[in-house]
Design a protein around this ligand. Structure first.
Ligand SMILES: NC(=O)c1ccc[n+]([C@@H]2O[C@H](COP(=O)([O-])OP(=O)(O)OC[C@H]3O[C@@H](n4cnc5c(N)ncnc54)[C@H](OP(=O)(O)O)[C@@H]3O)[C@@H](O)[C@H]2O)c1
Length: 242
């Protein structure tokens, strides 16, 4: 399918390891970041699985018209992907997340890196999706990642962006990416990457602990999606051009 996409709003170029890059969210964000000119290494517990998905992403990019200079797309084991990049996106399920982050951080492998978490700790029952209580309500997946990788700087972003939209919508998504974190420079990385997805830099949503609100909010979007048969997203009004 031929698609169109306009130039992104930021000149910064990053090299991003996508942990869990074989899943729909990591693959979709990796595709968008590469279209935005960033170099991507999709990570997996099995390197050959990541290489196969990297082939799929490169093929998708080749069929996308109107893209500016695109980034490279590779595949590797999660640990090798981290070693090759200064920015790391966590796109894995919450189950197993803590063990994975601890293993990635071992030996200081995440030291000095910007780690972006889009992990949503959700549960599903007969009434639909809902947010899980993390650390007795005083935590979030992003804060857990920061505790497990203290030498890295963790920010939360891309929680509310649908994987289906990332892969299937032509052009930029008509929504905003809210970025939370305690270090402005790290937030700016995620805000710049967001421009590959929405055509606008992301919005600084405040401190990392507000991931406690962003992560479970996705349950509301899932509920809206089911009721209206759409792929809904968030748009923040009142900011003017940002
Ligand atoms: N899907 C969405 O629309 C969406 C939207 C916003 C945010 N998110 C969040 O993004 C994250 C990824 O979502 P997804 O739908 O792409 O998830 P997914 O398909 O269930 O998992 C993504 C990848 O994570 C790896 N993985 C699975 N279990 C693991 C474990 N125990 N330890 C280490 N790696 C494991 C797998 O890769 P390998 O087998 O190749 O290692 C898998 O392909 C989730 O936290 C989700 O809440 C998703």
């Amino acid at each position: 399918m031929t698609e169109t996409v306009a130039d992104t709003a930021s000149d910064a170029r990053y090299r991003v390891a996508v942990i869990g890059g074989t899943g729909p969210q990591g693959k979709g964000l990796g595709y968008r970041f590469a279209l935005g000119g960033h170099d991507i290494v999709l990570g997996s517990r099995a390197a050959e699985k990541a290489e196969a998905v990297a082939d799929e992403v490169r093929e998708k990019i080749a069929g996308t018209t109107g893209a500016g200079p695109v980034g490279t797309v590779g595949g590797a084991s999660n640990a090798d992907a981290v070693a090759q990049c200064d920015v790391v996106l966590l796109a894995v399920p919450y189950d197993g997340h803590d063990e994975l982050v601890a293993s990635l951080a071992s030996g200081g492998a995440l030291a000095g890196k910007t780690v972006i978490s889009c992990v949503n700790p959700l549960a599903f029952d007969k009434r639909g999706a809902h947010g899980r209580i993390i650390n007795n309500g005083e935590g979030s997946a992003a804060e857990s990642a920061q505790e497990l990788a203290p030498e890295a700087t963790v920010v939360g972003a891309f929680h509310n962006v649908s994987a289906v939209g990332l892969w299937e919508e032509p052009g930029f998504l008509d929504e905003d990416v809210i970025v939370v974190g305690d270090v402005v420079e790290a937030k700016q990385v995620a805000m710049a990457l967001a421009a590959s997805v929405t055509g606008r830099v992301g919005i600084d949503g405040g401190k990392l602990r507000l991931a406690r609100q962003l992560e479970p909010f996705t349950a509301v979007l899932i509920s809206i999606n089911r009721k209206y048969k759409v792929h809904s997203g968030l748009r923040i009004t009142g900011l003017g051009e940002h």
